[in-house]
Design a binder for this molecule. Structure first.
Ligand code: PEP
Ligand code: MN
Length: 269
């Protein structure tokens, strides 16, 4: 098992698609703390299908760390390039010994040379870095396994590595429920088995709408996912990215009960 997860509990990373402002992050941190969630997503860099707002970028990396870590939350962001990996490493080193962060390779980031450069930089960075990789956009198990092999080839320790399933582009495949991306839960379970790594599910990018996110988590509950990466925003309708799929805090709280199951007891700090 990975150093962020235990055998007993599902790992939950929740928060906005993108970091938009200090106030947005503070509100989200407060909500998650009250729910006992300890990992918060808030991406600094947003690759876009069409040109648009691309996130606050490197200038907000200190903001992300200072508004989360002192509150006991581990921040998580997608990184796109070796340059981003270097920035994360330097920022964490600057922040101090017990600084922790989760960074991930998104579905669009499929240049193996760049994946290797990123992996090498992260491998030499602080131990507080957990690295996650999503599946690529197209349906291909061999390619997904290849990302795993490229990362390990650069010496990144498998103890700090996780995988996340976010579905595949539907293309011309039948898509009766109108999902944004089609999940292949069996493939995700095979990947988990073959790699021995924790497998998370991203129901937000599978679903593409608030209603679908909840449905997907219900369907996925019969599979052995180790955790979930969920988009939640305090004002979802006005989110700068992925406004249709980000859950409100109340919706997320309901979802959390499904994820955690009836026996979950929040740890009292
Ligand atoms: C995201 O998690 O915000 C994201 C862009 O994900 P994906 O790479 O799965 O589209
Ligand atoms: Mn998103």
């Amino acid at each position: 098992m990975n150093n962020l997860s235990s055998n007993l509990e599902k790992l939950v990373i929740a928060g906005p698609c993108a970091l938009e402002s200090r106030q947005q992050l503070q509100e989200c941190v407060q909500v998650l703390k009250e729910m006992g969630v300890t990992m918060i997503r808030a991406s600094l860099w947003k690759p876009r299908t069409q040109p648009g707002w691309e996130g606050l970028g490197w200038m907000s990396l200190p903001l992300l760390l200072e508004e989360t870590l002192p509150h006991g939350l581990v921040p998580a962001t997608e990184i796109i390039s070796a340059e981003h990996a270097l920035m994360v490493v330097h920022a964490l080193e600057h922040f101090g010994h017990d600084a922790r962060m989760i960074v991930w390779l998104g579905s669009r980031n499929q240049n193996h040379m760049e994946q290797k450069k990123i992996s090498k930089i992260l491998a030499t960075g602080p131990d507080g870095i957990t690295f996650m990789f999503k599946n690529q956009m197209w349906d291909d198990e061999r390619h997904w396994l290849g990302i795993h092999e490229h990362i390990l080839s650069q010496g990144f320790p498998r103890e700090r590595l996780m995988i996340c399933h976010r579905g595949f582009s539907p293309g011309k495949a039948p898509n009766l429920k109108g999902f944004r991306n089609l999940p292949d839960f069996e493939m995700a379970m095979r990947m988990k088995e073959k790699t021995g790594l924790p497998m998370l599910l991203d129901p937000s990018h599978v679903g593409g709408s608030r209603e679908n996110v909840i449905d997907i988590c219900n369907i996925a509950s019969t599979y052995d996912f180790d955790g979930y990466l969920v988009e939640m925003h305090c004002d979802p309708e006005n989110a700068k990215t992925d406004a249709k799929q980000q859950l409100s805090p109340a919706q997320f709280q309901t979802l959390l009960k499904t994820i955690r199951g009836p026996s979950y007891k929040k740890e009292v700090a």
